[in-house]
Design a protein around this ligand. Structure first.
Ligand code: ADP
Ligand code: MG
Length: 253
């Protein structure tokens, strides 16, 4: 897609849990090829926003339009098949499976038949191709040496990176990462930053929730700040860093 074409348009999204307004009248746009950070204090509604955008939960009101198509009522598997891939803040790997088997689940999500067959035995040549692709993605994220280890033997930070590899198996146009750098060592963060730069160079649009400001500031074109379920501010990293309201609500520490 060309730059500056709107990839994702979110209008007036709201979600309450009981009396709690977790997300309130959230609107945002992503242009194709952009890398955008979604930041804000704990409980601001960032992960809930991700869940609303990817069909994990349904909004009370508002619209999510992806490439001109209203996907507000779509379920998560269908959103994934459109090429909107994500990772979870609370890692969702299958503990009984090896690292590579967890990544293969991503390739199975890509096709409708695969999504159904994903629960069946892995034996056809198509599955051989899926394993090859999964291994390739693990190489790309720097974890192929651990491909055949049980998923749960990895550190939590590494498990998050396995989720990135799984998401890449969907050949995403939009990649949404929920706190990808959490729990990573400095050297691992540097590798992740390099990976995200290379994905950006391929034209993949990235929306990323992240608390590590050093990490996020160096990567993003733009930041969106949430507080109490709503958008507090939006703009280039330098402007956001200097915004008194953002400093008061979040960056002031
Ligand atoms: P963030 O990711 O910005 O830290 P969340 O989106 O996870 O924030 O949460 C926003 C608010 O919604 C929090 O107060 C959280 O406790 C609440 N919340 C999130 N998911 C649920 C849920 N499934 N049921 C009830 N409350 C929820
Ligand atoms: Mg969160």
């Amino acid at each position: 897609p060309e730059r500056n074409t709107i990839l994702l348009n979110v209008e007036g999204l709201s979600k309450s849990f009981g009396g709690l307004h977790a997300v309130r009248d959230m609107s945002l746009q992503l242009s194709a090829g952009e890398v955008v950070g979604l930041i804000g204090p704990n409980g601001a509604g960032k992960s809930t926003t991700f869940n609303l955008l990817t069909g994990v939960i349904q909004a009370d009101s508002g619209r999510v339009v992806y490439r001109g198509q209203d996907i507000s009522r779509w379920i998560s598997r269908d959103v994934a098949q459109l090429g909107v891939a994500r990772t979870f803040q609370h890692v969702k790997l299958v503990p009984e499976m090896s690292v590579i088997e967890n990544v293969v689940l991503g390739t199975h999500l890509r096709t409708r038949s695969g999504a159904i067959r994903g629960t069946l035995a892995l034996n056809s040549s198509e599955d051989g191709a899926a394993f090859a692709e999964a291994y390739n993605k693990l190489e790309r994220v720097g974890l192929s040496a651990l491909a055949y280890e049980p998923a749960t033997t990895l550190a939590l930070g590494q498990q998050r990176i396995v989720e990135v590899a799984r998401a890449l198996c969907l050949s995403p146009a939009l990649l949404m990462l929920d706190e990808p750098a959490a729990g990573l060592r400095k050297s691992e963060k540097e590798k992740l930053a390099e990976l995200l730069q290379s994905l950006r160079a391929e034209g993949i649009t990235i929306l990323m929730v992240e608390h590590d400001m050093e990490f996020v500031m160096g990567l993003v074109d733009r930041l969106i700040v949430m507080n109490f379920g709503s958008k507090l501010a939006e703009g280039r990293p330098d402007a956001i860093r200097a915004d008194p309201e953002v400093i008061r609500a979040y960056l002031g520490g």
